[in-house]
Design a protein around this ligand. Structure first.
Ligand SMILES: NC(=O)c1ccc[n+]([C@@H]2O[C@H](COP(=O)([O-])OP(=O)(O)OC[C@H]3O[C@@H](n4cnc5c(N)ncnc54)[C@H](OP(=O)(O)O)[C@@H]3O)[C@@H](O)[C@H]2O)c1
Length: 241
């Protein structure tokens, strides 16, 4: 039987590419999403990947969502923590709500979704946890104190959990994408994209969601069993750690 993979925020953008790439690699995939039913249903119809709606910023909702997936498909052995949001503002204008929303989804969401699957991974002595962080968690970004703090927190979470999981054959890794051509980034005015953003990327283009998905497929595989606690940067040379 094929391994079950859960991709949070797996119905749109980078997450949708990850879900379809994992399915193509032979996994049984479940894709979570928060509220965009129309996009989720279209994704499900197109790919045949079942979708499960809950807000990862809620621990109870995450526990229930994962219980539903495990009842339908079997134990989650691959977890991709991909769900993420932005609520950008310069810090002097940032509201507590903007701070809490981003920390709740992009950082606490990792606790909420990983915790309910962790004991099962330990019991079965196998697991793969792949966290989608960001270049802005590595270098910081004006107008994103909330987002950068959460994404940097994801890296600390990854390294700590990697140490705890290693003896149980559970690997925990992070990917830090640079600018990827998802709806979110393509919505930036073309002039800004061409004159300000792309010139900062040495390879001279945005990344493709599939380029992140291929890293996930590798990290999920048995071939990647010796890689844990790592951060893989995929940013076209924009920032070196
Ligand atoms: N795009 C980039 O250039 C870039 C760069 C670096 C890092 N990243 C990171 O990569 C990840 C994916 O980004 P993206 O650009 O593909 O985003 P996206 O196109 O906006 O898609 C986000 C996905 O996450 C889901 N989601 C959002 N909040 C959620 C919540 N509270 N609970 C459950 N699901 C939730 C959305 O569900 P709905 O459809 O229901 O809203 C959607 O499926 C994020 O963690 C982001 O921070 C992106």
């Amino acid at each position: 039987m094929s391994r079950v993979a859960l991709v949070t925020g797996g119905t749109r953008g980078i997450g949708a590419s990850i879900s379809t790439a994992l399915k193509a690699a032979g996994y049984t995939v479940a894709a979570n999403y928060a509220g965009n039913d129309e996009a989720a249903k279209a994704f499900e119809a197109e790919t045949g990947i079942p979708v499960f709606k809950w807000d990862v910023s809620s621990y109870e909702a995450s526990k229930q969502g994962i219980a539903a997936i495990e009842a339908a498909l079997g134990p989650v052995e691959i977890l991709v923590n991909n769900a993420g949001i932005t609520r950008d503002a310069m810090f002097h204008k940032m509201t507590p709500e903007q701070w809490n929303d981003v920390i709740g989804t992009n950082l606490t969401g990792l606790f909420n979704v990983t915790h309910p699957v962790w004991t099962g991974m330990r019991d079965r002595s196998f697991g793969r946890v792949i966290n989608i962080s960001s270049i802005n968690g590595q270098k910081g970004q004006m107008g994103q104190a909330n987002y950068s703090a959460a994404k940097a927190g994801d890296l600390g979470f990854t390294k700590s959990l990697a140490q705890e999981g290693a003896a149980k054959n559970i690997t925990v890794n992070a990917i830090c994408p640079g600018y990827i051509g998802t709806e979110m980034v393509r919505a930036i005015p073309e002039k800004v994209l061409n004159e300000r953003i792309i010139p900062q990327i040495p390879v001279g283009r945005l990344g493709e969601p599939e380029e992140i998905a291929r890293i996930v497929v590798f990290l999920a595989s048995d071939d990647a069993g010796f890689i844990t606690g790592s951060t893989i940067s995929a940013n076209g040379g924009q920032f070196f750690v």
